[in-house]
Structure formats: structure tokens, C-alpha cells
Ligand binder design. Sequence first.
Ligand code: SF4
Length: 460
Amino acid sequence: MSGVFGCFDRTGAKDVAKDMYYGVFSLQHRGQEAAGIAVNNDGTFLVHKQMGMVTDVFDEITLSALPGYCGIGHARGGSDKSTGSDGIQPVLIKSRVGNIGITCDSVVLNADIIRDELKNLGAIFQSGTDSELILSLFSRNRISTDDCEHAILNMMKEIKGVYSMIFMTDNKLIGVRDPFGLRPLVLGRAGERYFLSSESCALDAIGAEFVRDIEPGEIISISNDGISSLFYEDKADRVADGHVCIFEYVYVARPDSTIDGTEIFESRYSAGRALAKEQPCDCDLVIGAPDSGNAAALGYADSLGVPYGMGLLKNRYVGRTFIKSTQGQRELAVRMKFSVLKSAVKGKRICIVDDSLVRGTTTKHIIHFMRENGAKEVHLRLASPQVRYACCYGVNADKIEDLPAHTKTDKEICEMIGADSLGYISLESLRASLKNIHCKQCSACFDGDFIAGKPEGCEE
Ligand code: SF4
């Protein structure tokens, strides 16, 4: 999981680096391991990228060394298989048909097969990353096509997987959303400056207006000639078969973003209200597991008529826990991340509302902290159903054995995490909370229906 951002200024103003910086910074919640920005400076591609948070990677000096009227940027998550400095994006190459840069939020399911085929044709790879593979495939297709868009289209027919990608060529910015639209991608505009972003919150941050979501299977091209689109197969079929990741609404996206017609905060609040109807709790105080549980907790408390309050404090300088690379790192991160407001919870029956229970590590510690600080009872309510399947598309846990809901009953999980009671929203109610959404949703981590297929070895 990661965040992608792109910008094209049709006036040719060569100062997009600052907008790029604030755009990528606003997508930091999608990935905190590495960051990078590349720009097109009149045909010379320049890049700065390294491991670390966006604020650590860039400063005034590095940004001033990136003059350009077009740019692409990336915030990489820890669950990305391209760990280490080799896989930091954007990735740039010089091909027979010019400069090409890419930034992508992707999981290519048939990557090993394609890589072997390309190697047999003489291709050389420096890393095992999707971005390098996609560029290699694109370059090969570009030789036999009239334009970049048709090279991308041909490439999309060869790769199986989920992705939002942004290409930068010598004269274009090209955004691509996978045929099922599992990963989000939006178009924004500020005057003659156009933007592509994983989420709309990045547009708000730089004062750009949201124009629209990129459709599933759409290849959108922005250049001095205007904006045009090409579709993978038939546009109507693609739009009708769009399946955005439902976890974007549950956990991944920022609450101030809007994806495929649905406001994230509103959807979480509505899910909280529905959860209260399905799984009420006799409690004195409802608290949200910060930050992605807060909106659902507010809806839950409002629906029950119980006070909603602060009970957990979050250290904002620790990254999201399920995207740390090892279990040991995750446990330490939870201890660093949360502290309890003793005066708020002491002697009370507390109901914690969280967005989801993936591995349970974070939740177990939070419940333990609550009891340590004098809570009389600690109940847990979850604004998503049981996570029973590992996501093959790189969003939550990689391994099915990490998921307690795959093998344990609700009662066993309740005992494992030390809660007094446990309740989940139904998938039906979660879907109903996504008001105004104009596509279907992937919910495979709840129901096992992997719409975009599965890679070899992906566990049931
Ligand atoms: Fe999202 Fe779950 Fe589908 Fe993965 S399996 S893409 S986390 S809904």
C-alpha cells in the first residue's frame, strides 16, 4: 500500500515541486517507509528519493533542486514487497522512445511469470519491484505502438493485479487505474495545473478542486494538448464492474477524503450508527481507537445516546502499526503509540470502537492499558466484519495464520484480547453505510471473494 501523486502545469511554470511535496505529505498515512519526487525539467528528469518520512526526505534545498513543470511522487508503505532502498519510487529510465518515470501503488499478481519471460528476452532487472517490471513491460510495448497510452493498454492486458499508477513522459502525465478500480485515483485542478492523487485529501491540502475519480480501467492523459482518456476494454463494462477496496473506507483512507462518491468520515460515522443497532453495549463511555476508529465511535455513541469521550491518546510520531514489517516491531510500536487518560476511564464501563481487528496485537494492548488504568469493564465493537482472509492485494496482513478470525470463534478472540464482550458490524450494514458510492466493493478479506484473482501460493 502506498500513495501516488502527480502534477502537470500547462502554463509551463517550473515550480511544481512544492505542490508535489504537500501532495505526497498529505498521503503519508498510506506509507511511511520511503518517499520520493521526480520532475521533468524541459526534458531532463530529476529525482530525489530516500528512506524515511516525507518531512525527513525533503527540505527547502532538495525541493529547490527539483525545477520542473511536471512531477510524480510517492509515499511507500512498509508492507510493500519492495522493502529497502532499491524499491524507492519514482523509478526513472531512458528508453528508445524517450524518458519515462513511474510511481505506482500496485500488486502485480503474475509478476514472477512476466519477469521470467522478460529475462528470457534479454531484460535485466536491478530489483524485484513491480515498478521496474511495469516500466520494462511498458518500454517493450512502446516500441510497437504509436503512443504511450496504447503501450500502457497493451501492458494492462499482460499484467494481472491491482494498481494505481502515474507515468511521466517527456510531454505527458498519465494516470492509470486497474480494470477493477481496487486502488483509488482522483483528478484535481487548480487553474491550468492538473493533479492526479491516490486521495482527494491531497487536493484540499494544496488548494486544488476535486474534478472526478478516475474510472476503473481508465488511462487518463494530461498534456499541453488537453486531457484525453482511453479505456481497458469497454468503458461501460469497466465502470459497471468497478470494485474499490472496502478497506479504504474502513481504515486506509484519510477521513477527509472522498472516494468513488463516498465521503470517508460520513461512511465511518454511519457504520458506527449501524454497529450500535446491531451490537449495542451497556456502557458509561464510548471511546474511539484513534484515529480511524474515531468517526465510527462518534456514530456509535450518538446512536446509543451514551457519552463519547477521549480516553486514549495517540503519539502522532509513531507510524501505523499493521504496516510495520515484523510482529516484534508492531508490539513495540503499540506501546510507543498509545497512552490512556486515567481520569477518563477509571471506574467506568468502557466501550472501545475500532475500525477493524486484523492481527489483534494493537487491540490486546489497548484493552490491557485500559484495565491497568482502572476501567471497570472494557468492551470492544468493530466497525467492520471479521477479517478472515489475508489480502492478496497488499493492504492488510500477508499471512492467513496472522488473522485470529480465520481460525478462532468470536468468543475465543474475545478471550485472547481480554475484552468483556466483542461485537462486529455485518458486511451488509457496512456496505449500506457507503452512501452515494457509485461502484461495487472488494470485500475479500471478509468473504474470500478475490475479484481480481489470486497469485500462486496465496492462501485460502
Ligand atoms: Fe481491500 Fe480486503 Fe479486498 Fe484487500 S481483500 S483489496 S483489504 S477489501
